[in-house]
Ligand binder design. Structure first.
Ligand code: SF4
Length: 454
């Protein structure tokens, strides 16, 4: 990779720069193999250990006890690891591990950042878990060609691979779809080239790539595992990567302590701890909540509000932006980007997007709140993946936090909603490369020079 890079996001930094973390002091300079090893990387896989030994080391690392998957589902990582190790042992088979960097979420850039600039952290974590579950193959599932090149270079640099008995390291490039990162879609993509979710069970830990137990972990999850198992690692506060963007805020990638009060975050970023913003949390997948709820930015803090932290993306909305209109944008995105294989998901996302897009005109004969409530109850669990659940969660947060806005749409209407264009409404919400079209590929390949339109 070139060192001659445009400055990535407006700001990439750890909240507390004194704690060694994933971003480091020089965030847009890629780690080299020799630099990474000098910092204590790859030590856990430099000498042969039995899978049971490595698994025990991971279990005994206090920083990893509460680690949850950072891809969005937040499943406890140790449970997943142990389930794959047990399934492979019982079958007397070598398992498969996958570093999932597909990152289909339009408001998140953390995984692509890690694969481009911190590939050795991800590969180190991948090799550690591969050793723990006795994997014969380890895949890096990348979102784009720039990540692929960075990871390929890093693999070339590695000359330590779990002794002589390490897994084969392979790269697979994800299709450019929202659902390509769902873990059954990951398995299917590696097996067949088509990234479509499958019905569950079986789950990948039972039957995965090539029919063997497969551990699919998000690349940020793997990076935290690698960092925690370095010899000089010191337990610190639980942290996570957050892509933060929105009204009057350029996109930025921050390493935040889990549970930081949203007011403290906004005070730091805008100088105001309680602006009347609303927030799309978890990107498109965690719902909308008002800043005035003073939530802590954590899984539990957002769960208390009926919302979710998802992949850690936070998008702040100006109070002049109608939340119903934003919800219409998000559901329109789902309508356009679902995998078109589950009837309920296809028909519901289309119908809900159109219904919300039309909510600007008063409809005395339709009860807006009741209709949204019905969908929010009917949708969960109705698809091969969690897209219908995400739409239901979005509707539940609207109903819970914006009942007055819904009532006002019902009785008075809304000019902003009525004037919004009906198609491609979500595109102005996604973080996209900045610059003329001719430069677009260069920027995709080499930088994180981004803008966010709202
Ligand atoms: S639920 Fe929707 S997005 Fe998920 S697999 Fe089915 S059609 Fe695709």
């Amino acid at each position: 990779m070139s060192d001659d890079l445009t400055l990535p996001l407006d700001e990439i930094r750890a909240w507390d720069g004194t704690v060694p973390g994933l971003l480091g002091a020089d965030p847009w300079r890629s780690h080299t193999y020799s630099g990474y090893v000098a910092d204590g990387g790859y030590t856990k896989i430099a000498t042969p250990h039995s899978p049971a030994d490595i698994l025990r080391v991971i279990e005994e690392a206090s920083q990893l006890a509460a680690l949850r998957g950072r891809g969005g589902a937040a499943f406890p990582t140790l449970h997943k690891l142990k389930a794959v190790a047990t399934a492979a042992r019982e079958l007397d088979a070598r398992s498969v591990v996958v570093a999932n960097g597909a990152e289909g979420e339009p408001l998140s850039y953390k995984d692509r950042y890690l694969l481009r600039y911190r590939p050795h952290l991800v590969l180190d974590g991948l090799l550690i878990v591969a050793a723990a579950v006795n994997a014969g193959s380890a895949y890096v599932y990348v979102a784009d060609s720039a990540s692929r090149r960075s990871v390929a270079n890093a693999i070339d640099e590695i000359d330590v691979r779990c002794g002589g008995d390490g897994p084969r390291l392979l790269i697979e490039q994800a299709q450019d779809t929202y659902v390509a990162g769902e873990e059954t879609a990951v398995v299917r993509a590696i097996d067949t080239g088509v990234a479509r979710p499958k019905d569950k069970p079986p789950r990948p830990y039972q039957v995965g790539v090539g029919g063997v137990p497969t551990l699919v972990l998000n690349v940020e999850t793997l990076a935290w595992i690698a960092l925690a198992l370095r010899p000089d690692s010191t337990p610190g506060p639980d942290r996570f990567l957050a892509t933060v963007s929105g009204a009057h805020l350029g996109p930025r990638l921050l390493e935040l302590p889990t549970g930081v009060p949203v007011g403290e975050l906004l005070q730091e970023l805008t100088g105001d701890s309680n602006p009347p913003f609303n927030v799309l949390v978890g990107g498109f997948f965690g719902g909308i909540v008002p800043v005035s709820t003073h939530f802590d930015v954590s899984y539990d803090g957002l769960k208390m509000l009926g919302a979710g932290l998802g992949c850690g993306a936070l998008h702040f909305l100006d109070p002049s932006t109608c939340v119903i209109s934003i919800a219409a944008d998000v559901v329109a995105f789902y309508a356009k980007n679902n995998a078109r294989q589950c009837r309920t998901c296809m028909s519901s996302t289309d119908a809900i997007a159109n219904f919300l897009a039309g909510a600007g005109k008063p409809r005395p004969n339709v009860d807006l709140g009741e209709t949204l409530t019905r969908w929010s109850i009917q949708l969960p669990g109705r698809g091969a993946c969690a897209v219908p659940d995400g739409v239901a969660l979005l509707l539940r947060t609207l109903l819970r936090h914006y009942s007055e806005v819904i009532a006002s749409h019902q009785h008075v209407g809304c000019e902003a909603c009525a004037m919004a264009p009906p198609t491609s409404r979500w595109e102005h919400l996604s973080i996209t490369p900045r610059g003329p079209a001719a430069d677009r590929q260069r920027m995709l390949d080499n930088s994180f020079d981004l803008e966010c339109a709202r």
